[in-house]
Design a binder for this molecule. Sequence first.
Ligand SMILES: *Cc1c(COP(=O)(O)O)cnc(C)c1O
Length: 385
Amino acid sequence: MQENQAMQNLPPYLFARIEKKVEEARMQGIDVINLGIGDPDQPTPQHIIDVMARSIHEPANHQYPSSVGLLRYREAVAGWYKRRFNVDLNPATEVISLLGSKEGIAHISFAYLDKGDINLVPDPGYPVYAIGTQLAGGISYIMPLTEENQYKPVLEDIPENVARQAKLMFINYPNNPTGAVADTGYYMKVVEFAKAFDILVCHDAAYSELAYDGYQSPSFLQVPGAKTVGVEFHSLSKTYNMTGWRIGWMAGNHDAVEVMGRFKSNVDSGVFQAVQYAGISALEGPQQTVAELQHMYQQRRDAAAAGMQSLGWSFTKPLGGFYMWVKVPRGYTSAQYCEMILEKAHVILTPGNGYGQYGEGYFRIALTVDTARITEAMRRIKAAL
Ligand SMILES: *Cc1c(COP(=O)(O)O)cnc(C)c1O
């Protein structure tokens, strides 16, 4: 039996080729430094693990959870938005739990697109925006993110007939992979645009709590009118080193929350309740670990920046997220350069074209290894070049 057209068109997993090379190198006993992984290397804070350990013994948590999440969890999300952004959310109607934000980001296209409908998708970008669109039978209209536009879609460049047909618009700040941030002034323009063309804005805020040099990421929902046109996807994954736990949320527009609830109640059965209680303790417990995490990534960023400067690489120090977006030196494609560095220095960089055509000419570094390893990676690359 042949899989459907959308699956046939699904590109091979971005990192499959790299992983094969890494495997080969490791088999030969070579120490490979992986700067490619978008997954925190630090453990989940202890107080969250403790709540999980207690909650797992509670028989009530062994049953099917509600697919929209415990009201108590949604209240914790609403409380966090109030404290962090001064955004008011009705926990009963404006918040829904997700099995990690990736799940919701992929599924929202299934709830909103008819065959051939258009989503506005940033490029380079987190691959799930375009792949969710494709699997749902929709078409991605690419919004280029370039150095010239500070990696923010230029709304005026989107043709009116495209905007009129578009259902969803994905944006993501602090941005993966470029490290760019956006301010509320930009979000205000997005709200106006979405109102004019009846588009649901989907802001992916997975990295909002990883910010440096005193920078604080705003929420899209802070902007007046945002809740009438948009939702925010968020997750405990990056803020609390909980990528394996699979818990996130979507918040904002109540119609969209209702639609997603109806969709998800037919597809999944929600987040394990013990994990939801752990999530509550993450959001309501001490936030000192978040400050420590920021400090740690900032030191790593600065160590990487120092090494990269001495290599003559061209990049901007990011204010948020845990990625650095670097220009490929002249004479190489992204893939050629990353392969050359892997072969000569045994350091893994991620080729930018894996995030879309406008990522060609760049590579991405993830700050998910410690400062000593970052410094060692830079030393090896310098020696190899
Ligand atoms: C890591 C990441 C997420 C979070 O995914 P979860 O499913 O919540 O773990 C979402 N968006 C982007 C851009 C990411 O890099």
